[in-house]
Design a protein around this ligand. Structure first.
Ligand code: HPA
Length: 248
């Protein structure tokens, strides 16, 4: 085993890693995008794959749920496997009234209730921000997109709790224009800053937390996820001489 949590060998990961929460989603993404995908790690069933997408090396690995889990994997990917870019592809709960189920949220910055980033530099309220290059690539792809998914770019809240919501917290965040709530981006951005690498979170809105919204059918859910994946893939592979990513 190369690290306590990843059994791949150095050189097994591509410079760009797509990072969904669910390891089964990682497998599905690998099968969809990379005809030559090979399993390179499955410690604790957290599957990781590497292959090529239109000739360009790409990896995909599950992050698990929450900031401690995502931080463990991201740290090992940057530190040991020389990964340069991690792009989270996941879901979020809409907070802002304009954010609807099925929309895509690109997290330019992430507020957090977690103490993980506040431990980094004493007395500093760390700014957890996306990589400008990845954000720019995703935003550019979003402005050129052919599908009709609405894309929002702004701040999210990264929480430790999924179920416990302190009274009034989300309403206050809504007043500050916060788009959505999720559980990984702030810590991922913290690790990327530590290693001076690039990270971005591209999120599909799976529910709305301050208002009732329609439930998506499984087909709608999948097609909206594909829209977010396309943006994430474009960000992951930007500067690789590929035109905008097309999903197979
Ligand atoms: N909280 C955290 N993450 C989420 C939520 C939520 O309410 N909905 C979808 N992802």
């Amino acid at each position: 085993m190369t690290t306590p949590h990843i059994s791949a060998s150095p050189g097994d990961f591509a410079p760009a890693v797509l990072f969904p929460g669910d390891p089964r989603r990682a497998r599905k993404i690998a099968q969809q995008l990379m005809p030559d995908a090979r399993l390179i790690s499955d410690v604790r069933s957290m599957e990781a794959y590497t292959g090529t997408y239109r000739g360009i090396p790409l990896s995909v690995m599950g992050s698990g749920m929450g900031m401690p889990s995502a931080t463990i994997y991201a740290t090992e990917l940057f530190e040991v496997f020389d990964v340069q870019r991690i792009i989270r592809v996941g879901t979020c709960g809409g907070i802002h009234p304009d954010v609807n189920i099925g929309d895509t949220v690109i997290a330019m910055g992430a507020h957090t209730t977690s103490a993980m980033n506040s431990q980094r530099i004493p007395h500093v309220h760390f700014s957890a921000v996306a990589s400008w290059q990845l954000l720019h690539a995703a935003a550019h792809a979003a402005s050129n997109r052919a599908d009709n998914t609405t894309v929002h770019i702004g701040t999210v809240l990264s929480e430790d709790h999924f179920y416990f919501k302190p009274e009034g917290l989300l309403e206050r965040l809504q007043n500050y224009g916060t788009l959505a709530v999720e559980m990984e981006a702030a810590a991922l951005y913290g690790v990327a800053a530590e290693y001076q690498r690039d990270a971005l979170a591209v999120l599909t809105v799976s529910d709305t937390v301050l208002q009732d919204g329609p439930n998506m059918t499984p087909e709608q859910r999948e097609s909206r996820f594909q829209d977010a994946l396309r943006l994430a893939l474009t960000a992951a592979l930007h500067n690789s001489d590929l035109p905008e990513a097309e999903l197979p």
